[in-house]
Design a protein around this ligand. Sequence first.
Ligand code: ZN
Length: 259
Amino acid sequence: MLNNKVINIAAIFSLLVLLFLDKYLALPIPFWAYGLPLLIFLPPTIHGAMNIEAGFFMKVWCKADTTEKVVALSFDDGPDAIYTPQILDILQQQEVPAAFFCIGKNIRGNEHLLKRIYADGHVIGNHTYSHDFWFDMKLSGNMLTDMQQMDAVTVHATGLTPRLFRPPYGVTNPNLARAVKAGNYLPVGWNIRSLDTVAKDETELLNRILERLTPGAVILLHDTRKITADILPQLIQGIRQQGYQLERIDKMLKVRAYV
Ligand SMILES: [Zn+2]
């Protein structure tokens, strides 16, 4: 499989071959040929960083390996004072378990929501404390501190230490891979991106998700959006109409959710 180690080796190897041909065999290598290692390195590396499913820098659990008709809902970026309670009410009425990848700073003042998420039978995951726009530029030690800060507020509110970690913006890189390993987190992604953060049309959003259902799929939603709360009853109904059951992500992936 193409991962960053294979690509790095291929890029360095091509550079060494060029240097060998140029310096030792004195072949006329045009200067633009030195762009080749960069061309080998950059496109797959950028693609790998932006696509969590690629598993380019580390293994990320993005779906369950199953033929059973099960899928899991996951909500990122909360808790939100307005939409998290609405979403929790719907999940409770429909008896659907879900995962909430919470942002640590959003827990402050919303500790009661975090407690309810757990009490209602959902799972709490780590989505960093800051969800900083520049998170991916941080050194691995600083990333880990940020992630552990999220753990600390969760422990304070619920006594639980999350093990599941979802990278902000779904971006992965070598520093994050180091931080995840050092913190013993289990990185969790998705394989159905709803795009609910930019969606304007309810039917389009529903169709986008419902057309992509496959056994073991992990659906990415956000409990910070009105449209997400609005479509949720129809989404659950649509999933069930296709013969799928909604399972909690840790059960579906057969992993432990807390330390
Ligand atoms: Zn996020």
